[in-house]
Design a protein around this ligand. Sequence first.
Ligand SMILES: Cc1cn([C@H]2C[C@H](O)[C@@H](COP(=O)(O)OP(=O)(O)OP(=O)(O)O)O2)c(=O)[nH]c1=O
Length: 192
Amino acid sequence: MELLLASGSPRRAELLRQIGVPFRVLKAPDIDETPQPGEAPLAYVRRMAREKAAAGATGQSDQAVMGADTAVVLGEQILGKPRDDAHALAMLTALSGREHQVISAVCIHCAAGENVQQSLTRVHFRALDKATLQAYVATGEGRDKAGAYGIQGLGGALVATLNGSYSGVVGLPLEQTVTLLDWAGIPYWQRL
Ligand SMILES: Cc1cn([C@H]2C[C@H](O)[C@@H](COP(=O)(O)OP(=O)(O)OP(=O)(O)O)O2)c(=O)[nH]c1=O
């Protein structure tokens, strides 16, 4: 079974490579990422992962497509990627000194059907002053990331504690991913 990764996220490709999964990257799927009115964060993230995988489906019985989605959730509010630096600063100010959730879902779509799994991680930010947050925003690192930060990079210095899946925060929860790979008959720990 050949795996196609329907994602433009370099982090997701890197995490798959880390565990030795052979795969090919498909062009990032162009789907509408607007939450439905009243849609709960977990339902939204699962739906996005399913739609990304389905959008890449080839209809070939020897190919499986993987899609994934990550959202930062503060209270009931879904924080996606920031529109600009002012939006990034507002997001980080809201996260400062508090705990939020990072929900990541991953889906495999293949001839046998589809399977979607998710991780939920609690991340507690340090209490940060405005100058510190402005300095982080100015690095540009958070521009293409949910919640306007990247825990795997400079943003690691923003975090006090994490409870859950580190790989899920980075964008692809590996425990759930391996469950899906086993389900679809796709190998890992391969020499790439
Ligand atoms: C919170 C957090 C998010 N992120 C990233 C993971 C995701 O790539 C991104 C959330 O956006 P997504 O919409 O989940 O993914 P994407 O648009 O980057 O890629 P795709 O083509 O698969 O849709 O934020 C980090 O890299 N580090 C972090 O600490």
